[in-house]
Design a protein around this ligand. Structure first.
Ligand SMILES: Cc1cc2nc3c(=O)[nH]c(=O)nc-3n(C[C@H](O)[C@H](O)[C@H](O)COP(=O)(O)O)c2cc1C
Length: 434
């Protein structure tokens, strides 16, 4: 592969309607538009026009408090990305799929098929999924303990990658003379016999000429970080300040090296909420308006869910109930994400309503609110200082906010030589410089 200019990785996190508040409430398109594939395609086309690395679809198999007031996560990400693949040429396609409530053979096959039909543009964001609501959709009363979900994830990923490797690139011989289509010497069983899975293999799949789908890990506890450093090509994380991202990146690179990997082969991609307008004051007003669109009861449910507490214990008009917050060893919620929120609530001395607004304004993720120059400076500073390799962009309002980003921010980044001027690779692995 030709030498790639070093560029900042930028994924568009496709949260239907946008990340902040309830943007669909003030959109000119009807509410049902935001659960339609047309909306996904609108966003993907803008992202591809901007030469972004990937369209990223988060997902979990349950309906959460935030789903009551937003069209989030309603389309199955495999189906959505398959349609996006057919309507785009180059942009990467990331599907989030949980290792806790899936089967490795099925998932390996679906990803291999999406890789085949998209020409190697696929990434798998693997998560272990918190919360009992998801578990109850899979014949369980409650989620298994997080340690068990991560133990299962470890084995799950080993099985999936072994299955992908079980039908290597040269395995189709297609010899018309002998009639032999597959080479039986290359398509091999994996004979996996572990704690959670017994899988014979090989995978029934077309080969993967662009290599394995890109592996992305999201989950901020120690176990999650360890797993990411051992197995992932990229890590989706949440940081509010560059120092914490820098520390995480250093930790991941160190752990990757300990696991015998090249530290440059693991990219750190924090979430970045973007609120862009003509001036900083206009951007702040835009942010306030979007958060005001979330009803009080939904703000309260969201907060309870994130903190892992009973909603009845929370009152938006009361002081923050520090005594009711479970200790950090609880299984509820994402330990990493809750820790960041609590740190913010403590730092700002917020009451319960303030905490709910902090959460609604995306407090666990980095955020930039400003004009195009300020947004470009933010991205440049984090990237150039080594805090991260790129970002999962969480645009406040979609697709309009992404159009503004593509038209106003990307030219500044290109002028600084840190973002591509054309796609020079065809696969997601290539885009990420892996
Ligand atoms: C940045 C980030 C993004 C995440 N995205 C998802 C997601 O889309 N779907 C999901 O089920 N879980 C997601 N998770 C959560 C974890 O998989 C899940 O909550 C699990 O319990 C992780 O715990 P941990 O963060 O304490 O390691 C995400 C976690 C982080 C840190």
């Amino acid at each position: 592969m030709a030498d790639l200019p070093r560029h900042v990785i930028l994924n568009a996190n496709l949260i239907p309607g946008g990340t902040l508040g309830s943007p669909w409430r003030r959109a000119t398109k009807p509410p049902e538009h935001f659960t339609s594939i047309d909306h996904y395609l609108d966003v993907a086309r803008v992202a591809e026009r901007g030469l972004l690395d990937a369209v990223f679809l988060a997902d979990s198999p349950d309906v959460q408090a935030k789903d009551w007031n937003s069209p989030s996560r309603l389309l199955d990400p495999f189906v959505a990305q398959t349609v996006i693949a057919a309507h785009t040429e180059r942009i990467g396609l990331v599907v989030t799929a949980t290792t806790s409530y899936n089967d490795p053979y099925n998932l390996a096959r679906s990803f291999a098929a999406l890789a085949a039909v998209s020409g190697g543009r696929v990434g798998w964001n693997y998560v272990v999924t918190g919360g009992d609501a998801a578990a109850r959709n899979y014949s369980l009363d409650a989620a298994p303990p997080k340690s068990e979900r991560y133990a299962r994830a470890e084995e799950f990923i080993d099985v999936v990658t072994a299955l992908w490797d079980s039908a290597p690139a040269g395995s189709i011989v297609g010899d018309k003379a002998s009639g032999r289509y597959l080479d039986p010497a290359l398509v091999r069983p994996i004979d996996h016999d572990g704690t959670f899975f017994r899988v014979a293999g090989p995978l029934k799949t077309p080969p993967l000429p662009h290599g394995r789908p890109v592996l992305i890990q999201a989950g901020a506890s120690t176990h999650g970080v360890e797993l990411g450093a051992r197995t992932a090509d990229a890590i989706y994380s949440a940081h509010v300040d560059p120092t914490s991202a820098m520390d995480r990146r250093a930790e991941i690179r160190r752990r990757a090296a300990d696991a015998g990997r090249d530290p440059d082969s693991v990219k750190l991609l924090p979430g970045l909420i973007v609120v862009l307008a003509g001036t900083e004051a206009a951007a702040r007003e835009r942010e306030r308006e979007l958060i005001d669109l979330i009803p009080d009861d939904v703000q309260l449910l969201n907060l309870a869910e994130r903190l892992g507490v009973d909603p009845a214990l929370l009152d938006l008009d009361a002081p923050f109930p520090w005594g009711a917050i479970p200790d950090e060893n609880t299984d509820a919620g994402s330990r990493g994400q809750r820790a960041v929120l609590l740190e913010n609530v403590r730092r700002t001395g917020s009451d319960t309503r303030g905490a709910a607004r902090l959460l609604a304004s995306g407090s666990v993720h980095a955020k930039v609110v400003g004009d195009a120059q300020q947004v470009a400076d933010f991205i440049t500073d984090w990237f150039v200082s080594g805090a991260c390799d790129g970002f999962n962009l969480m645009i406040d309002e979609l697709p309009g906010g992404l159009e503004d980003f593509v038209e106003q921010v990307l030219p500044i980044l290109r002028g600084r030589g840190i973002f591509r001027t054309e796609y020079d690779t065809t696969s997601l692995r290539g885009h990420y410089g892996l």
